[in-house]
Design a protein around this ligand. Structure first.
Ligand SMILES: Cc1ncc(COP(=O)(O)O)c(C=O)c1O
Length: 361
């Protein structure tokens, strides 16, 4: 029996995608082999990766000024790969502006000084990362190499509900936990990266969307495999790409197109997250500390006022088929991730369970 899986990542995949992958596992389109077993240089895989790239471009309306790269090392590697590719950009001062809004932008902030000077442009650390610093207060550097943001903080459950603006400086965003959940104007971004394992597919591939003019400036120390110029020239095949992961991402992207794309995903995620936040705000047992204008539609952390009930909550939830609700180890409490593949029925079941649990206790 399938459960409702609220993991923050690797996360639930759409059931039709898993069924299709199972059907195609022994024989992909008459080749007599699975997508995992074919040469990345062959015609079959070539068509898989091209289609995935085209579908991603269409779904996100990515302009022709931007390249799409499939890379490895996760979003964590990109926290180093971005400064290695951008911090010596001609015409810029070698300073990276970082907006610190939670654990994941914190990781970018910690990695960047290995490659460049860093300016902490804004931080909500003093408020426990419960809101996004007002953009008017950001202390940006005029000729920064780039400005780094994480528009959805997976651990703290904080999300930008405005368009960040870096002026003429390239804006770089770690969109790992919100990509494909709402329309985004990519022309405003220099670089967007996203680990696949939340809203794109399985773990093992990271999507990098990079404006063409930002390619070709890697530092000498940058490993060739992480130099965007090599990766772009070789159409994401500078080395063996994670073929199986890209294949599954492709199936998810086709599923997304059938479901109505990112416009529909945004409607659905507004509906799903509003239901859960409303319930939490009106309950006497559960709380969420995030300011209402900064709450994430993707990751909803919540706490029980009586902490001693937490283990019982998680065990009972699991018995009811509601799994992976434990909060991040740095935060404690609970977290429900509501990515695209989480059906509204899952959120309804979670709320029913939470209501019952509250009444019993
Ligand atoms: C926003 C964000 N950035 C980066 C990461 C790290 O991704 P990876 O473990 O694939 O490197 C995560 C993982 O949860 C994330 O949520």
């Amino acid at each position: 029996m399938r459960v409702f899986n609220f993991s923050a990542g690797p996360a639930v995949l759409p059931e039709p995608v898993l069924r299709q992958a199972a059907e195609e596992m022994l024989d992909w389109h008459g080749t007599g082999m699975s997508a995992w077993e074919m040469s990345h240089r062959g015609k079959s895989f070539g068509s898989i990766i091209r289609q995935a790239e085209e579908d991603l471009r269409e779904l996100l309306a990515i302009p022709s000024s931007h390249r799409i790269l499939f890379m490895q090392g996760g979003a964590t590697a990109m926290n180093a790969v971005v400064p290695m590719n951008l911090s010596r950009r001609p015409g810029s001062d070698s300073v990276i502006d970082v907006v610190h809004t939670g654990l994941w932008s914190g990781k970018a902030l910690a990695e960047a000084p290995k490659y460049s000077r860093v300016n902490l442009a804004a931080s909500s650390e003093g408020q426990g990362f419960t809101s996004v610093p007002d953009q008017g207060q950001w202390q940006l550097t005029e000729r920064a190499a780039y400005v780094h943001v994480c528009p959805n903080e997976t651990v703290h459950g904080v999300q930008f509900h405005f368009q960040p603006d870096a002026g003429d400086v390239p804006l770089v965003a770690d969109m790992s936990s919100e990509i494909l959940s709402r329309p985004v104007d990519f022309s405003r971004y220099g670089v967007v990266y996203a680990g696949a394992q939340k809203n794109i597919g399985p773990a093992g591939v990271v999507v990098v969307i990079v404006r063409e003019d930002l390619i070709g400036h890697a530092m000498d120390c940058c490993p060739s495999v992480f130099d965007w110029q090599h990766v772009a020239e070789q159409k994401s095949m500078f080395n063996t790409p994670p073929t199986g992961a890209i294949y599954l991402c492709g199936l998810v992207l086709q599923w997304l197109k059938r479901k109505g794309g990112v416009v529909q995903m945004e409607k659905d995620s507004i509906e799903k997250s509003a239901m859960l936040y409303d319930f939490i705000d009106n309950s006497r047992l559960y709380t969420n500390p995030v300011a209402s204008d900064s709450r994430s539609r993707m990751n909803v952390p919540f706490f029980l006022r009586d902490k001693s009930l937490e283990n019982g909550f998680l065990a009972d939830a699991e018995r009811n088929g509601l799994v992976q609700l434990k909060g991040h180890r740095t935060m404690g409490g609970m977290r429900a991730s509501l990515y695209n593949a989480m059906p509204v029925e899952g959120v309804e079941a979670l709320i029913r369970f939470m209501r019952d649990f509250e009444q019993k206790h």
